[in-house]
Design a binder for this molecule. Structure first.
Ligand code: GLN
Length: 296
């Protein structure tokens, strides 16, 4: 019997429980939540809608959609990828195969940037921002959503990622202040920038095979693989960024759990000063490393 045949005729609530049990048996991290999100999306219902319709029997078509979502989740495809979008900094972002699923940890970069800007600049100043390896546009668009007079440019090596970022900029009403350019890191950019942000690939190549399946099998390796010691991208970007920053401007990197010291040293090596200690994410891991191009 196919999965959809086994769900058809069940009530919404019974299907939700059946899915959650299957996910649990397959060691999916949050089986109940995932079952609810996928069934809600398949039926076009939010949390309340699901509760209101819990006794309704599902049609064949609905059961078919839910079964195909479930099949994908059982292959450890993240819910955000199945749904094709993910919330980041309160913004709804579209995803594609070429973009990472934006992580809550990455909101630390946005928070660090806004703190520095709050200290150094007036909220309505015409900041120029660059996001190197922008992916879905997450960091850049979050910043532009908070800074009404800022403009920004995102780069990515992947044209498909940039297409996704452009759609996100349009859907969020930020396209008039965001532009995107395909290049290797910052190689095609002209400065000066007041702020350069980047969440580059930083996983050691040898660690990729042992990553969580949700990440290893579904996030683009181009956005993960940081070379033998995980630091290749930082070595490439830091000198480029140091040259592109305005005097007083700041570079902010997302870093892996044990990389803040090495990335701080790379920044100092490129002539940047360290105006603030690294900022920790909600798990207490140093996640944002900041360097300033001192005024001369
Ligand atoms: N934070 C991601 C992960 O650990 C990695 C992202 C990156 O390499 N920039 O899954």
């Amino acid at each position: 019997m196919s999965a959809s045949a086994s769900l058809a005729g069940l009530t919404v609530e019974a299907a939700r429980r059946a899915l959650a049990a299957k996910f649990k048996a397959s060691n999916i991290d949050s089986p109940d939540l995932d079952a609810r999100l996928l069934i809600g999306a398949a039926l076009g219902l939010d949390h309340t809608g699901l509760a209101v319709q819990s006794d309704r029997k599902m049609t064949e078509d609905e059961a078919g959609v839910i079964a195909s979502f479930a099949q994908r989740r059982l292959m450890h495809e993240p819910v955000a990828r199945i749904l094709g979008h993910k919330e980041f900094w309160g913004l709804d972002l579209r995803l594609s195969d070429a973009t990472l699923v934006p992580r809550p940890d990455t909101e630390t970069i946005v928070a660090a940037a806004l703190e520095i800007i709050g200290n150094d600049f007036a909220k309505d100043s015409k900041l120029r921002i660059a996001d190197i390896g922008t992916g879905s546009g997450a960091i850049l668009l979050a910043l532009l959503s908070e800074l009404p007079a800022a403009t920004g440019i995102g780069t990515d090596i992947s044209g498909e990622a940039l297409h996704t970022a452009e759609i996100n900029a349009q859907q969020l009403g930020l396209a008039n202040r965001a532009s995107f350019i395909q290049c290797d890191y910052a190689s095609a950019l002209d400065g000066p920038f007041d702020l350069i942000v980047s969440n580059p690939p930083y996983i050691r190549s040898a660690d990729i095979p042992v990553l969580d399946r949700d990440v290893r099998d579904h996030d683009p390796h181009l956005a993960l693989d940081g070379g033998p010691d995980g630091l290749d991208a930082y070595r490439a970007i830091t000198p480029q960024a140091a040259a592109l920053l305005a005097f007083g401007g700041v570079l902010i990197f997302e870093v892996g759990h044990d990389q803040s010291d090495q990335v701080s040293a790379l920044m100092e090596g490129a002539g940047l000063t360290l105006p603030h200690p690294p900022k920790a994410d909600l798990g207490g891991i140093y996640r944002a490393v900041m360097g300033r191009k001192a005024a001369i």
